[in-house]
Ligand binder design. Sequence first.
Ligand SMILES: Nc1ncnc2c1ncn2[C@@H]1O[C@H](COP(=O)(O)OP(=O)(O)OP(=O)(O)O)[C@@H](O)[C@H]1O
Ligand SMILES: [Zn+2]
Length: 657
Amino acid sequence: MAAQLDGVLEKDLQEKIKNSKVLVVGAGGIGCEVLKNLVLTGFLDIEIIDLDTIDVSNLNRQFLFHKEHVGKSKAEVARDSALSFNPNAKIKAYHDSITSNNYGVNFFQQFTLVLNALDNRAARNHVNRMCLTSGIPLIESGTAGYSGQAELIKRGLTQCYECKPVPGQKSYPGCTIRNTPSEPIHCIVWAKHLFNQLFGESNDDEDVSPDTADPEAGAEVGEAALAKDANEKGNVDRISTRVWAKQCDFDAEKIYNKLFFEDIKYLLSMSNLWKNRVPPNPIKWDSIVEEGEEVTDAVARDQKVLTHSQSAKVFAESIKALKESFTKLPEGDYLVWDKDDKHAMDFVAACANIRAQIFGIPRKSRFEIKSMAGNIIPAIATTNAMTAGLVVMQAFGVLREQYEKCFHIYVRLVTNPRKQFIIRDKVLIPPNPKCYVCSAKPEVVLKVDTKNVTVRELRDDILIKALNMVSPDVTLDGTSTIVISSEEGETDCNDDKKLVDLNIVDGCVLKADDFLQNYELSITIVHKDPGREEAAFEIIADPSSLKPKEAEPSKETEKDEAQPSTSSGQNGSSTNGKKARYDEDVSGEVLVVPDDDDMPSTSKAGTSGSGAAGSSSSGSGVEKRKHVEDDEEPASKKVKVSAQQDDSDDDLIIMDD
Ligand SMILES: Nc1ncnc2c1ncn2[C@@H]1O[C@H](COP(=O)(O)OP(=O)(O)OP(=O)(O)O)[C@@H](O)[C@H]1O
Ligand SMILES: [Zn+2]
């Protein structure tokens, strides 16, 4: 092994490498590369864990796996393949989830160092907490397309994975989606909403009918049209789209005419909308002009941009298939949209293209729509390889105990003005004192409708999904009430009770304790009445932000208050520290500002992903986020960084333009 040759690494480090014991969490794109690097560098005691088995789609970049390994445990095959590089290494593999009860604090404490190579926020949060509790340094990493990063997380020294707020998903204004789409993505989002309205978990926020409350619309004209046409069309009646579709037995022609003719005509009646826009062109089913031959070949169907008539055929076929699956479900159950489900994907592609055609928006191939609808960012082997290299370099820094030099490192597609595409921060980002995970006294405020939210929702949606606990015990502070017990069955009788039934009301404090994570959180309840378009709950990580302001709020504060909170989980939202400032950053673009002597340097990149997320300044009391690179050019050379995040695989994107 080259790294063990004299002169490649210093003697002292070579010794430390030989004597250390490391845990690699995840044996996917980065994990395979990291494991190979560790073995080739001379690490002899390695454990690796992955819950998954090998899929054909992994083979193009997870080179420790071959065709014959498909279906086998990733961790076990990765171990066997890596051992071929150095049979003297000791590698233990676990085919399991790192969040399982088997891996508690004692497990983590055996390691010198933990290296994350994960693809989702929940697992990253968990390992973050375990490493904080155990006091073990963690190297967090991630890639998205051509961007990657590696970051040291060390208790008390650096910010933790959860010091930064959870970025919100990119969302589009309801009226753009419902009334005035102008880009293919608007039609794709609308089509996904339509899927849910017809077959999925319907949600008021995902209405697909014309929005009469659009402030830009000539509402009176629209209302008049509404009153006149109501009962015939179903679209503007007070019944839901699903009930109406069921009543007409999911007849493709009727649904088509409602969505793409009647609703569009109705939109046209909102004349103000079209004063400065090209108006849409409603097309009736029986006036669709046949264009192009029927496409039967699956590859062509995926790659070609279908004509309007071809899309209409796919629309009809997919509705028929989805109706069959839907009607087989027990009453109250629904379909879940999945990009890999043929009919669900066909439906969204067809609807998006038909709507695009009507609004004069370029149509897309099914393949393109799939990647946009599924938020797919291609995984690139070279980015993974580079990032894995950086992970091991960070590990060297830890072994040398040169923590102060373990700056956050990024791989970028576009070089900086000095032609560097591997760039690092100039300083370590300190912990956020308001962080609800790593601060001395973790606390949050939970704004929740105590009259309607149940104990089950508190546990599943808030504590587990939004606050990332694994198996919480919850008591009502100052009383002997056990609200939730992690012991099976012990508090099942509470599950369907509303919070108020257990006296969990405005001003109460709950103590939530996750034994596995060794994590205790104090939760102050603030009752909020339900609002139509509001999230069912909101988590505010900085309780002091709720206290009455002493002075008049500054303009900036007012603006901040008006921002929507970052979302975490489906219905809820969570914020950590400077919430509005953060939202502003993620919804738009972050302007990189030059270094400034009187502010600690911090960086903000696409945060999501890699978990090795972009750093933020939330802990330092600094209002402005700055991206500070080594050797950064003077102020005149400003670069923009924007952030984006997908649903669950939260890999980072940093884009320069
Ligand atoms: N809780 C967990 N415990 C252990 N391993 C996990 C856990 N969550 C995710 N992983 C693993 O982390 C790895 C991440 O690797 P990667 O991002 O390359 O994903 P992938 O599933 O291999 O690829 P893709 O998502 O692109 O199909 C995966 O192998 C995944 O199984
Ligand atoms: Zn923290």
